[in-house]
Ligand binder design. Structure first.
Ligand SMILES: [Zn+2]
Length: 237
């Protein structure tokens, strides 16, 4: 299915909106010394602290956290591991950092680059959810989605695993940079996570035309007002 670059029902997205989860040039990986935890049989940092692992015991990438205003230039193709993890954990909108459903009753909207194919039941993803109004900004500004998007309303979003760097258990050499590892996999013990992967359950698929119908229902005036609000929330920092 071919789609126009900008949907005809949408007011143009304001310039300068930067999604909350985007990584900046100053948020570089910090140097770490890897070791082997012989008691638990897993990878560890030589100077590991409690904040290096999540509550599943997964080791996470260490990244510099410069203060706002000193983060450098946004890298829209990359996500910051802490912000991505937080967005998935609390189901925050990846654009504006607000809960996608403050009551946590669902359903939650997920978008993907899909060539027009909607998301299917059981799909796994590391792209956090979005508000309906924020989705109307995403499809205009996100290079990954422009002209090639679909989505789904999703009832349940359990954590499925992580994406990250998998190290060889014997040599501790990097074995695969972008490994996708389920929670129950023994390989998770040898992986440094950089994003949380969730499973989409209770999926109502949305084609691009379905999404356009949802935006049209909101009406152009409401969308313009919401775009204005988002542009104050989601600015490059
Ligand atoms: Zn939002």
């Amino acid at each position: 299915m071919t789609q126009p670059a900008v949907s005809s029902v949408l007011p143009p997205a304001p310039a300068g909106i930067m999604p909350f989860i985007v990584r900046y040039s100053g948020e570089v990986p910090l140097p770490v010394r890897l070791g082997r935890d012989r008691v638990r049989g897993r990878l560890r940092y030589a100077d590991e602290t409690r904040s290096d692992r999540d509550h599943w015991g997964t080791l996470w990438e260490r990244v510099a956290l410069p203060p706002k205003g000193q983060r450098g230039d946004p890298r829209p193709e990359e996500v910051h591991p802490y912000r991505q993890r937080r967005a998935m954990l609390d189901l925050w909108c990846q654009i504006c950092k607000r809960p996608v459903d403050p009551d946590y009753g669902g359903p939650y909207l997920f978008l993907h680059r899909g060539g027009g194919e909607p998301l299917a039941e059981g799909t796994t993803t590391d792209k956090p959810p979005v508000h309906l109004v924020c989705s109307a900004v995403s499809v205009q500004l996100c290079p990954r989605l422009r002209g090639c998007f679909a989505g789904a309303w999703v009832e349940h979003v359990p954590t499925w695993g992580v994406k990250g760097a998998f190290y060889h258990p014997e040599t501790l050499d990097l074995h695969q940079a972008d490994a996708v590892v389920p929670l129950e996999s023994p390989y998770r013990r040898w992986t440094i996570a950089s994003s949380t992967v969730v499973e989409l359950q209770g999926v109502t698929p949305l084609t691009a035309a379905d999404l356009e119908a949802e935006w049209a229902r909101l009406g152009r005036e409401r969308l313009e007002r919401e775009f204005e609000r988002i542009s104050r929330l989601a600015v490059a920092a």
